[in-house]
Design a protein around this ligand. Structure first.
Ligand SMILES: [Zn+2]
Ligand SMILES: [Zn+2]
Length: 207
């Protein structure tokens, strides 16, 4: 299973595409739908679903475009079920980026635990703090995590947006992420990838 990083949208949020020879899951498509589609066509894989680490505006901007193009479902944690269509909740109304929203709500809720979506198997853990419905996706066999805006290289997510909670974020990282082995790679929503071991040792917000 391969993973492709593609910074997209107004904040160049990392979109991740996890893919096989045939199909793909798209995580956090922040914008620039055409760019994403042309890459998918280049490598000749068909996306089967859009999964969100959380529903902030900078992670959702290409959803309408992709849904229209591929007719694929969107998954988000139930705690952010209403955020996709609501610029106040998803934060775009609080930033000078213009209103960013989707025309419909999610098709499915993300459940925690081990899960299979169209042949892709991974574990979901709920990691609130940056936002109430934040989740991480753990690919145990491949030893990587799609971590959203919880843990960054030498940083953590902001907690001043609606529903944010600093202590809850610290607890989520300690309990749900740092319980994974040191060699797990973390693919964050912004910036470069890192590892659990490096952040345990070096991250100034968690020591
Ligand atoms: Zn966010
Ligand atoms: Zn973000």
């Amino acid at each position: 299973m391969n993973i492709k990083t593609m910074p997209l949208g107004p904040l160049q949020t990392n979109c991740y595409i996890v893919y096989t020879d045939e199909s793909a899951i798209i995580f956090d498509p922040g914008g620039d739908g055409e760019k994403l589609v042309s890459w998918l066509q280049e490598v000749n894989v068909t996306p089967v679903a859009i999964l969100l680490t959380h529903a902030h505006f900078d992670h959702i901007g290409a959803i309408d475009y992709l849904k229209e193009y591929f007719q694929i479902p969107v998954y988000v944690h139930e705690a952010e079920a209403e955020w996709l269509e609501d610029p106040q909740k998803n934060g775009s109304g609080l930033f000078p980026v213009g209103e960013i929203k989707t025309s419909q709500g999610p098709d499915n809720y993300i459940k925690t635990g081990s899960t299979t979506v169209d042949g892709f198997t991974f574990e979901v853990r709920h990691t609130p703090g940056h936002s109430p419905g934040g989740v991480i996706f753990i690919f145990h066999e491949e030893r990587y995590i799609i971590g959203g805006d919880s843990l960054f290289q030498l940083g953590i997510g902001r907690t001043d947006l609606p529903g944010g909670d600093h202590q809850q974020l610290i607890d989520s990282i300690n309990n749900e992420m740092f319980s994974l082995a040191d060699d797990f790679t973390v693919y964050p929503g912004h910036g470069d990838r890192t590892t659990i071991g490096f952040e345990k040792k070096e991250n100034p917000f968690l020591n």
